[in-house]
Ligand binder design. Structure first.
Ligand code: ZN
Ligand code: ZN
Length: 454
């Protein structure tokens, strides 16, 4: 049965987990209820190892494929919500006032749990799949906290994969691109000081609002005149704070904003230009200004080979027409960037249909996306860690029937030449109790090759 059909059967159960998480959103590192639920489910599914408190409230679940050995890959979901009052009016709406899963991390968590349940039951892979549930994606760098707690070294994770739902992309469709897919997201604060006084005596004061206004205008030139037109960046002033009354010129003012960029060079350039421009403008007006620039999430950079592989997996789930492997990057930031700085991997978008945008009070995760995303996860594991072993079987010339006598994975000690010889000896003519009593020697074929094997 195609995996997607199987997940259609599991979808109600996974939707139940998703809606439960949605009712009980938690912020940043305070995901105690969510983490406990995730750990409890992973234990129930019979994972080989479930470890809590990695990166404060992060949870790690380990699923070993058949016979041990092989490569180790990580799949990551985020668990935290946002400080937004929900306006969806859904029956599963947030019961936690002022807090809402408005970025769909409830869906991400539930879908990775669904994949974990399937993988722990079937284990049709050779290697180890590590389920990573991180807190504090929304600005708290919970992914980095998990790395700092030894996430990659403790479990020997060699590659790492992530996904995010995407409003506007139809349900059942996938999008990704090699290289930068999400922006570096930095913050700045500009402090301006002038000389305050009576609004009727402008000749006796240095007006910080005039300085600030000139700075806002000048900052527009950084992206339009300094950054290469092909190197994307955004510089937005989002707060402009000064003054106490209509007739007082204030002494100081504060301006805050954000810078987003898709490469380290552009990031460095924007910071340098701001630090050159801002004090010079203030001085020109007889005031002073300084830039406090803080770098937050780095650029999320997809490894080209792993992203082509992720696209192949998505095509196997959704079909060629529903996968855009050259999507346009988003200028939002993503904590998964820290993981991709440590290990190669790929971060993709999965369709969430025509809902309100992420971080909006009427955003709604579409549960119809669950079977598609779960199928992507398990197909990714089964394809990244293939069971490329051999099947030993014998077939009968007379009945045409094949009988599987052994399946072996690479790394299995019983796959040595002498072990294979032993299997052959045990099934040589005369020792056989096969279908018609006239067997032939067993042959080695790739897994699951004989369609009529019993
Ligand atoms: Zn978000
Ligand atoms: Zn998000």
């Amino acid at each position: 049965m195609p995996i997607i059909n199987l997940f259609a059967e599991l979808a109600d159960e996974i939707t139940g987990w998703r809606r439960d998480l949605h009712r009980h959103p938690e912020l940043l590192y305070d995901t105690t209820r969510t983490s406990a639920m995730v750990a409890r489910k992973l234990e129930e599914f019979g994972l080989d190892e479930v470890v809590t408190s990695i990166g404060r409230t992060g949870v790690v679940g380990v699923i070993k494929g058949r016979n041990g050995g092989g490569k180790t890959i990580g799949l990551r979901a985020d668990m935290d919500a946002l400080p937004i009052t929900e306006e969806t009016g859904k029956e599963y709406a947030s019961e936690n006032p002022g807090t809402m899963h408005a970025c769909g991390h409830d869906g991400h968590t539930a879908m990775l749990l669904g994949a974990a349940k399937y993988l722990a039951e079937t284990r049709n892979f050779y290697g180890t799949a590590v389920m990573i549930f991180q807190p504090a994606e929304e600005g708290g760098a919970g992914g980095k906290a998990m790395i700092d707690d030894g996430l990659f070294t403790r479990w020997g994770i060699e590659e790492v994969y992530g996904m995010h739902n995407s409003p506007g992309l139809p349900v059942g469709e996938f999008a990704m691109c090699p290289g930068a897919i999400m922006a570096a997201a930095d913050m700045f604060e500009i402090n301006i000081s002038g000389r305050g006084g009576h609004a009727a005596k402008p000749h006796e004061i240095v007006d910080p609002i005039v300085i600030g206004s000139s700075i806002v205008t000048a900052l527009q030139s950084v992206v339009s005149r300094n950054v290469d037109p092909l190197g994307q960046a955004v510089l937005s002033v989002t707060q402009f704070l000064a003054g106490t009354a209509y007739n007082i010129i204030s002494e100081t003012m504060v301006m805050r904003g954000t810078v987003r960029s898709l490469s380290l060079e552009v990031r460095d350039l924007v910071e340098a230009r701001m630090k050159a421009l801002v004090p010079a403008i203030a001085e020109g007006f007889g005031g002073k200004a300084s830039v406090d620039y803080s770098r937050n999430y780095p650029v999320t950079v997809n490894d080209a080979d792993r992203t082509e592989f992720a696209a192949e997996v998505a095509r196997s789930v959704a079909g060629e027409a529903k996968v855009n492997a050259e999507c346009v990057p988003m200028m939002a930031g993503e904590d998964f960037s820290f993981m991709l700085e440590e290990r190669p991997g790929s971060y993709i978008f999965v369709g969430n249909g025509p809902t309100a945008e992420l971080h909006h009070a009427r955003y709604d995760f579409d549960d119809a996306a669950i079977p598609h995303s779960c199928s992507y996860w398990v197909s990714l594991v089964e394809k990244a860690l293939p069971l490329a072993g051999v099947t030993l079987y014998r077939s009968c010339h007379h009945t045409g029937l094949s009988t599987v006598i052994a399946r072996r994975n690479p790394g299995d000690p019983s796959l040595s030449a002498s072990a294979v010889a032993c299997w052959i000896a045990r099934t040589k003519p005369g020792n056989d109790d096969g279908e018609c009593g006239r067997p032939e020697a067993p042959r080695r074929l790739p897994y699951f090759r004989p369609p009529n094997a019993r």
